[in-house]
Design a binder for this molecule. Structure first.
Ligand code: ADP
Ligand code: MG
Length: 611
């Protein structure tokens, strides 16, 4: 339960709504408990006016609420005949019901609206926190889990901040008000009549927990089912080409069967649940009439007919809120469990820390790696070993090496997606850990190895991260990345949607749009991570030609598994198992006849073959 303390800041933020909501709950219940009193008064009044045989004026006072006493005295003083007075009392009950309804409306308007505000704030809080977390967090938690906490768990917490709080306030209000008036009316009868209610509450609590357990199971099997269906649609080509339709159907049918079984199980419990609640509620009314009747027979002076009617009405008012105790309790339990999961993430700090006094400066593009070791924490893989590299402003450096040799890791460290395990990285002579993180990343243009495009227009994908989209710049970047002609062929050119609801792009097109996204920015530092792997040799040449011009006064690190002989690199670094094994210019490395020379020879041969 202490998990829910995390919500206190929100309750404080929305204290006016919360306070108002609780006040309205009490007001609506106050008008609610007045109607049995008016009814009781009318019953007594009619018996009195008609001098019903056997009627004796009760000895004990009815102890009605002051409002009821005033109103009924006023009505009686009007000296109308009894039928009119009964009709006026009927109108009063109607007015009470309207008042009650009005305050119920206000209650929902405050409490439920508050819960929606809290839900909104909490979603943003979680989302914002996710964005601050470091890359290793996202490597160790799956996307489904992240999605669940921001969607499912937050809405379960809302069930607490909204409905559960409303039910609780309502329960406290109706119990205190009705029991107060019942005790004033007939203390002994009150105790007898209320005795069965706790049984009702406890029974419902247990049944409700069973229902929740079963619905959770249903939820799980439903999510299995959807994942399964989704995968078979997105992998439909693989399924068809391996002729696995039948096997997939069998798999789906099994999931479906599981879901059906669970759902039928729940339906069975619910089928018993609702009739038994109705039965229990009905029984408590009957019980009230029986006990009241016995009291009346034994002692007609203290327990009048009016008392019995009033008590039946009170008990009816109490049964719903009391039966909601079980519901409320399990809502709170689930909210606490969900809040616990949310807190778990919110309490995870990012391992990438902003310095206390961040240095902010325009980066010129001098880079220096000093004795850098890097180990991926969760796998223990040592990706870089004693890595040293000096890059001067304006230099173009290539990093070459086999897959897994640590090339991308160099880029990740420069963007400070991770901190080095040992050694330092300096940008223009300042330790990267001392620099303002956001400003640093903003000043680096980066094309990641695995392209990611948003389901948005081509133009917005290219200008992603810029404050506004200038279409001329977008077009220029697309031209430099050699995708402008293809974009011109799309149905709506730069306004064409990418992704499920738009065009499907080839790997090469995606890469080039991703390059255009980097080229539209004008920073001093550029990192391209193997960004031409899906582009054919001729397009590659054209892009490199454009890059020569774009990169003129910039510092560039180009990671590649192919050698760009057209590009004049100041330095080429060959990585193997996280270590630099060769270093130098193209000529030097070719002369050295090592890994680079071998790679170059193979590539030359391939090119000759394809020509
Ligand atoms: P390259 O870009 O040269 O192919 P990487 O820098 O991606 O190489 O990887 C270097 C080593 O680190 C590899 O052994 C790889 O398996 C490992 N590695 C890369 N990224 C991660 C990661 N996020 N978590 C754990 N290990 C990783
Ligand atoms: Mg890589």
């Amino acid at each position: 339960m202490k998990q829910l303390k995390a919500l206190n800041k929100y309750f404080w933020k929305y204290r006016v709504r919360l306070g108002g909501g609780i006040l309205f709950v009490f007001l609506s219940n106050y008008f609610n408990v007045l109607s049995p009193q008016i009814t009781g008064y009318v019953i007594d009044f009619v018996q009195r006016s008609l001098s019903v045989s056997g009627y004796k004026a009760p000895q004990n006072k009815a102890n009605y609420d002051i409002l009821v006493v005033t109103v009924t005295e006023k009505i009686e003083h009007l000296d109308y005949n009894w039928v009119t007075i009964v009709a006026i009392c009927g109108l009063v009950i109607l007015v009470l019901a309207l008042l009650r309804g009005f305050f119920l409306f206000l209650m929902r308007q405050t409490v439920i609206v508050m819960s929606r505000y809290i839900e909104y704030d909490q979603k943003n809080e979680v989302y914002k926190h996710y964005q601050q977390l470091d890359s290793s967090f996202f490597k160790t938690h799956n996307t489904g889990d992240l999605m669940n906490r921001i969607a499912e768990d937050v809405s379960r917490v809302r069930m607490f901040t909204g409905p559960a709080i409303m039910y609780l306030a309502n329960l406290v209000a109706i119990i205190s008000l009705s029991v107060f008036f019942m005790l004033k009316r007939d203390a002994e009868l009150t105790l007898y009549v209320l005795a069965p209610l706790p049984i009702l509450a406890i029974t419902i609590y247990y049944v409700n927990n069973t229902i929740n357990r079963k619905s959770e199971k249903i939820q799980e099997s439903l999510s299995d089912l959807t994942t399964n269906a989704q995968e078979s649609y997105s992998g439909i080509r693989v399924i068809k080409s391996f002729v696995q339709e039948k096997a997939m159907l069998g798999f789906f049918a099994k999931n479906s069967e599981e879901y059906r079984k669970n759902a039928i199980g729940l339906a069975r419990v619910e089928a018993v649940y609702f009739p038994s609640i109705t039965l229990l509620i009905g029984l408590s009314t009957l019980f009230t009439i029986m006990i009241g009747g016995l009291h009346h027979i034994a002692n007609p002076d203290t327990t009048s007919l009016a008392t019995i009617v009033e008590f039946v009405m009170y008990v009816n008012m109490l049964t719903f809120p009391v039966s909601a105790i079980g519901l409320t309790a399990s809502m709170i339990q689930r909210a606490a469990a969900s809040q616990k999961r949310i807190n778990e993430f919110l309490d995870t700090p990012s391992s990438i820390k902003e310095p206390a006094v961040p240095v902010e400066k325009i980066l010129q593009g001098n880079i220096s790696f000093k004795n850098v070791d890097f180990v991926y924490g969760h796998t223990g893989i040592m990706a870089l070993k004693n890595f040293n590299l000096e890059i001067k402003r304006g230099e173009k450096v290539a990093i070459v090496g086999r897959t897994g040799s640590g090339k991308s890791t160099v880029a990740q460290l420069l963007l400070r997606m991770y901190d080095t395990t040992k050694g330092t990285i300096e940008l223009d002579g300042t330790d990267i850990k001392q620099l303002n993180l956001k400003a640093t990343r903003e000043q680096i243009s980066y094309v990641p190895q695995d392209v990611f495009l948003f389901s948005d227009t081509v133009a917005n994908n290219i200008s992603f991260g810029l404050e506004k989209t200038v279409i001329a710049d977008v077009e220029r970047a697309a031209r430099q990345a050699n995708v402008d002609k293809e974009i011109a062929g799309f149905s709506e050119q730069y306004q064409t949607m990418i992704g499920e609801r738009g065009v499907t792009l080839s790997g090469g097109q995606k890469q080039r749009i991703s390059i255009a996204r980097a080229l539209i920015k004008e920073p001093n530092l550029v990192i391209f991570d193997d960004c031409l792997s899906a582009v054919d040799a001729r397009t590659e040449k054209q892009i490199i030609g454009n890059l020569n011009e774009y990169l003129q006064d910039k510092t560039a690190i180009i990671i590649t598994h192919r050698i760009f002989s057209l590009f004049d690199f100041d330095k080429i670094v060959v990585l193997e198992d996280g270590e630099i094994v060769e270093q130098g210019t193209h000529q030097e490395l070719v002369a050295r006849k090592g890994y680079y020379a071998g790679l170059y020879d193979r590539q030359q041969e391939q090119e000759r073959e394809t020509e």
